[in-house]
Structure formats: structure tokens, C-alpha cells
Design a protein around this ligand. Structure first.
Ligand SMILES: C[S@@+](CC[C@H](N)C(=O)[O-])C[C@H]1O[C@@H](n2cnc3c(N)ncnc32)[C@H](O)[C@@H]1O
Length: 354
């Protein structure tokens, strides 16, 4: 074979394998995003509507670079697949030893570094894999190699996914995986007296978008009741104006930094550039919500931030997203669009006013 042909053939062989996770019901959109970004995507379902195994026509480092520079909306978590162990080929103990030996042979892992072992399986009856046993075997072996095993904030993550007939194994950093939670399933602790679960969305947005809500001084919360988001903004020290025709939770009403307008958002007026933060979590038709937020943008100062939940009401989320981003882009720079773990049939936008 001549050199050029051989080179072309080698180029064709550059692929990488990944397990990709999205919120339940949205993996098809994550797959479509991957297709648009990387071209050809070979995919196999591991958990219906939620987890797929994909082969991409580029190497691992390129996938990581591209997803970190320009993250996708629906792809919540990825983990590389660097080795596969067929269940039929070995018994449990032998397989666990082989997985440990594969992990220990990774040249990037060093003594003194921390490692988290994250395991998932396709379903309760997925193969004969005892994940607890595998986890303790791996943790014991890694500790013996001088590594510290932890659950959060590790240098490395060993990701294991037990499918119907195969165990998929990969080693990467938390940043590579887009989340340091197994499968990206970040969870916040429910607090005593918490007003609404919706609060988790804003907490997650703060973390996912690298924001510090305490750095804002005056916020407008559109569609605020019962007040989960408002309560977080108050906790972060902001002065808050909350608009909603529905009742706010009584525990908030004593707060001297809160003004409540018990009205429809289309009926209110503010000073020009009064706020440096606008948040909106109305469960409304996307285009009506966009119009309403756009009509109130005069009250957001230039450079101010908007965090907005967009409900994906009908069956064409990607089209809805294109339409709303086109509208918002007239006055806002869209920094990030992401389906958060705490979004159901929604996504969250982080934008800054020009
Ligand atoms: C999902 S809830 C908001 C939950 C809130 N973020 C929290 O953390 O508690 C949506 C709210 O939007 C309000 N809403 C809907 N349309 C509105 C409008 N045109 N003006 C003001 N509020 C509106 C509803 O009354 C409802 O209370």
C-alpha cells in the first residue's frame, strides 16, 4: 500500500467512543447536536430516552476540546469508553481483576492523586454485575497503588457503565465529563422550609454558568411565585422586585429588601436600567415569554445579566431554541443555553445585555 493511501486509511480510523447522557426524554436531541457538531455519529441505546453509546469520527482530545469551548445544550454528561469487558468472557472476580488491572495500567494516574469511581448500570437486571463489589475492588486496588479514593472534587474519574452484555470503562477528569456527578445527575440537598423545588434550577444555573449571584445588587424576578428564586436572590444579598399575579410565600413578605408586585408582568413599569439582573421562570409559551422579557429589557442596565427558563412545549425543541435565540440576540448576548438537571421539559439561558 502506498504511503498516501496508508495515511488516509489511518485518518479514517480515528474515532472515539463515549457514553452520553441527557435528561430523560432528550437524548435524541443530544444525539442530533452531536451529529451537527461532529458529522457522523454511530449510536446505540443503553438506557432508552436517556443514555447512548456513540462512536465519533474524531479523537478523545478533540471531542473534549470542542465540547468545552462550545458546550451542547442537551448533552449533560459524557464518559469515554477506552476498554470494554464482555460479560460472557469471564466470571465476576476475574472480570473485576481485569478492570482494575486496566485502570492501574493508565500512565496518567499517579500516587497521591485523588480518584472517584463512578458506576452505573443500564437496568436492575443488567447482566450479572455487582456494582458494589466492583467499586470496592477498584477502590481497594487504587488505594494500594497510593491513590486517594474520594467522591467529589477528584483529579480523576474512573467511569464504569454496565450494559446488558458489556462493561464499559473509561478514565478522564471531571471537566472532560462535563460534570463531576455520575451521569451528570447533580443533586442539591432539600433545605428545611424551602419554598419551591424551582429554587434548585437557579442554584444549578449559578453553578453551571459560573455565576456569583451575590455580585448583583438589584434583581427583577418575573413570574416569581411562590418565591424559590426570589428567596435565593435575597439570600445572596440582592434587593429584589418580584412580579406575579399569584401569591408569594408568606415567609418572604417581611423581608425589607423585597418588593412584591402582584400583577401580570405586562402591566408593570420600572426606571430605565434599574436592575443589573433579570430572572424569569414563567411556565409559558416560549414566544410569549420572549416578548414579555424583551419588553422589560429597558429596565436591565447594559452589561446586566438575564437568566431565563424556556419551556419546550411542543415537539420541535431545536426549532423553538433557534427561534427564541434569534429574538433574544437582538438585545442580548447569549452566553450559554443548557438543559439543567433540574429543568424538566425546559432549558435555561444565560444572557448579557449589550
Ligand atoms: C414555575 S412558576 C415560578 C416558580 C418560581 N421561580 C419559584 O422559584 O418559586 C411560574 C410562575 O409564573 C407566573 N406567571 C405566568 N405568567 C405570568 C405573567 N404574565 N406575569 C407574571 N407572572 C406570570 C405564574 O403565576 C407562576 O407563579
Amino acid at each position: 500500500m502506498n504511503e498516501q493511501l496508508e495515511h488516509q486509511e489511518q485518518q479514517h480510523e480515528i474515532t472515539s467512543k463515549w457514553i452520553c447522557t441527557a435528561n430523560h426524554g432528550f437524548i435524541a436531541y443530544a444525539q442530533e447536536e452531536l451529529r451537527r457538531r461532529f458529522g457522523q455519529v454511530k449510536a446505540m441505546v443503553l438506557i432508552p430516552s436517556e443514555v447512548i453509546l456513540v462512536t465519533l469520527p474524531v479523537d478523545e482530545s478533540q471531542v473534549i476540546r470542542e465540547l468545552q469551548t462550545d458546550p451542547l445544550i442537551f448533552l449533560r454528561h459524557i464518559q469515554p469508553v477506552q476498554q470494554e469487558f464482555l460479560l460472557a468472557e469471564a466470571g465476576q472476580e476475574e472480570r473485576n481483576a481485569a478492570i482494575l488491572s486496566f485502570v492501574q495500567s493508565n500512565q496518567a494516574l499517579h500516587r497521591g492523586q485523588s480518584v472517584a469511581v463512578q458506576l452505573r448500570k443500564a437496568s436492575n437486571d443488567a447482566g450479572a454485575v455487582d456494582l458494589a463489589l466492583l467499586k470496592s475492588a477498584l477502590e481497594a486496588g487504587l488505594s494500594e497503588s497510593g491513590m486517594e479514593t474520594v467522591t467529589r472534587d477528584s483529579h480523576w474519574i474512573v467511569s464504569i457503565f454496565a450494559g446488558k452484555d458489556t462493561v464499559y470503562v473509561g478514565i478522564s477528569t471531571p471537566e472532560d465529563n462535563l460534570s463531576d456527578w455520575s451521569g451528570g445527575a447533580l443533586r442539591f440537598q432539600r433545605e428545611e422550609g424551602q419554598i419551591s423545588r424551582a429554587k434548585f434550577k437557579l442554584l444549578e444555573a449559578e453553578r453551571a454558568f459560573g455565576l456569583d449571584l451575590a455580585s448583583f445588587s438589584e434583581g427583577l424576578d418575573i413570574g416569581a411565585a411562590p418565591g424559590g428564586w426570589t428567596s435565593l436572590l435575597l439570600e445572596r444579598g440582592l434587593k429584589v422586585t418580584a412580579i406575579d399575579p399569584a401569591e408569594m410565600h408568606p415567609s418572604l413578605l417581611e423581608n425589607r429588601r423585597l418588593t412584591v408586585l402582584k400583577k401580570n408582568a405586562s402591566e408593570v413599569k420600572f426606571r430605565e436600567s434599574q436592575f443589573d439582573l433579570i430572572v424569569c421562570d414563567m411556565s409559558w409559551s416560549p414566544m410569549q415569554m420572549v416578548r414579555l422579557v424583551m419588553d422589560l429589557l429597558y429596565a436591565l442596565r447594559s452589561g446586566g445579566t438575564a437568566i431565563v427558563t424556556v419551556k419546550l412545549m411542543h415537539k420541535k425543541p431545536l426549532q423553538t431554541i433557534r427561534d427564541i435565540s434569534e429574538k433574544f440576540s437582538e438585545h442580548l448576548e447569549i452566553r450559554r443555553m443548557k438543559q439543567l438537571v433540574h429543568n424538566r421539559d425546559e432549558i435555561t439561558l444565560y444572557m448579557v445585555k449589550y
